[in-house]
Design a binder for this molecule. Structure first.
Ligand SMILES: [Ca+2]
Ligand SMILES: [Ca+2]
Length: 298
C-alpha cells in the first residue's frame, strides 16, 4: 500500500515537472516571437524612413512621375538576416473622395459629384448616382439630401452620416456596403485624403491611371487623355499648358496638377516566416518637407 502511494506520489511529481517544462518552453517561444516582432517593427520603421528620405530628396518638386527614384521598390537584407521591402505610392494618382465636400471656386468647372459618378460607372456599379449621393451626404456638412440620417433610420441601418471628412478606407467601405447584400470593394480609383489646405485635392496628370484621368476630364475629352498619355510616355508634363488650351485648363484647373503632395508608404520586414508591415500616409510640402499623417502597424 505504501509502495503504491509512493509510486502515485512520484507520478504526480513527474507530471508536474513535465508540465512546468512545457509551460516554460511555451513561454520562451512566446518571448522569442515577441522579441522578433519588436525587431521586425523596428526594421520595418527604418525601411519606411529610408523610403521617405528618398522622397524628401526629390530634386524636382514641380513634376512627379513614376520614373523618379522615390517610386522604385527598395529592398534590403540586414546583417541580422531580416529582409525589408518598402514601396511608395503617389496618392495623387487617385481621386480624393473628400473632394465631394468641396465646391469649385468658379462656375463652369466640373463638379466633384460628376467625377465620382463617372468612376462608379467605369467600374460598373449598379447605381452611380445613388452611390455618389451616399458618399456626398456622408461627408458634406448639411443634413439635406436623400442619403442623410433619415435614410439610414428608415432602412434600420445602425449608422448615420457624421457630416465630416472621411478618415479611412474602412469607413468608405462601410458606407458603400451599408445596404448591399453582397460586399464589394471600393473603386480602386478612389483614395481618402485629409485635404486640409486645399478645397479640392488635384490628381497628378503624370501618374494618374487612364480611368481616373477619363473620369476627371469627362466624356468627350478622350482625345485629351490620349494626348496626356503620349506626352508623358516621352517626358513628364511640367506645366499643364503644355497639354491643353487655356479654356480647357480653366474648366479643369482645380482637379489637375503636375506634381503630388500626398504619398503612402508600405514597408515590410520579415524573417523565419514572421512579418510586420507598416502603412503610412504622408504629406510633402513645397520645400520637400514631410509630415506624417497616419502611421499604422498591420
Ligand atoms: Ca519629382
Ligand atoms: Ca451630410
Amino acid at each position: 500500500m505504501i509502495l503504491v502511494t509512493v509510486l502515485l506520489f512520484m507520478a504526480v511529481i513527474l507530471a508536474l515537472v513535465v508540465q512546468a517544462q512545457v509551460v516554460a518552453r511555451m513561454a520562451l517561444r512566446f518571448e522569442a516571437r515577441q522579441s522578433l516582432r519588436a525587431q521586425l517593427r523596428v526594421a520595418a520603421s527604418e525601411a519606411a524612413w529610408d523610403a521617405l528620405r528618398v522622397l524628401a530628396a526629390d530634386d524636382n518638386l514641380q513634376a512627379d512621375h513614376t520614373n523618379e527614384p522615390w517610386a522604385a521598390l527598395q529592398t534590403n537584407l540586414l546583417p541580422n538576416t531580416i529582409q525589408t521591402a518598402a514601396v511608395i505610392t503617389d496618392e495623387n494618382r487617385y481621386f480624393n473622395i473628400n473632394n465631394l465636400a468641396a465646391m469649385p471656386g468658379s462656375a463652369g468647372v466640373r463638379l466633384p459629384v460628376a467625377i465620382v459618378r463617372d468612376i462608379f460607372a467605369i467600374n460598373s456599379w449598379p447605381d452611380p448616382v445613388g452611390e455618389t449621393q451616399a458618399l456626398k451626404d456622408w461627408i458634406d456638412l448639411d443634413s439635406g439630401g436623400t442619403r442623410e440620417a433619415g435614410y439610414y433610420h428608415q432602412a434600420r441601418l445602425p449608422m448615420e452620416p457624421p457630416n465630416a471628412l472621411m478618415e479611412s478606407p474602412a469607413e468608405l467601405s462601410c458606407v458603400l456596403n451599408a445596404a448591399r447584400a453582397e460586399r464589394r470593394e471600393a473603386p480602386p480609383e478612389l483614395t481618402i485624403l485629409p485635404n486640409r489646405m486645399e478645397g479640392i485635392v488635384p490628381i497628378n496628370v503624370n501618374t494618374a491611371g487612364r480611368e481616373v484621368l477619363q473620369a476627371v476630364l469627362g466624356a468627350g475629352r478622350s482625345g485629351l487623355a490620349d494626348k496626356i498619355y503620349r506626352w508623358r510616355d516621352a517626358h513628364p508634363v511640367t506645366d499643364l499648358s503644355q497639354i491643353m488650351d487655356a479654356k480647357t485648363l480653366n474648366a479643369l484647373s482645380p482637379y489637375l496638377n503636375t506634381r503630388s503632395r500626398y504619398f503612402s508608404v508600405a514597408a515590410q520586414a520579415a524573417r523565419n516566416g514572421q512579418q510586420e508591415t507598416i502603412y503610412a500616409l504622408v504629406c510633402r510640402d513645397d520645400q520637400g518637407g514631410i509630415e506624417i499623417l497616419r502611421w499604422v502597424y498591420r
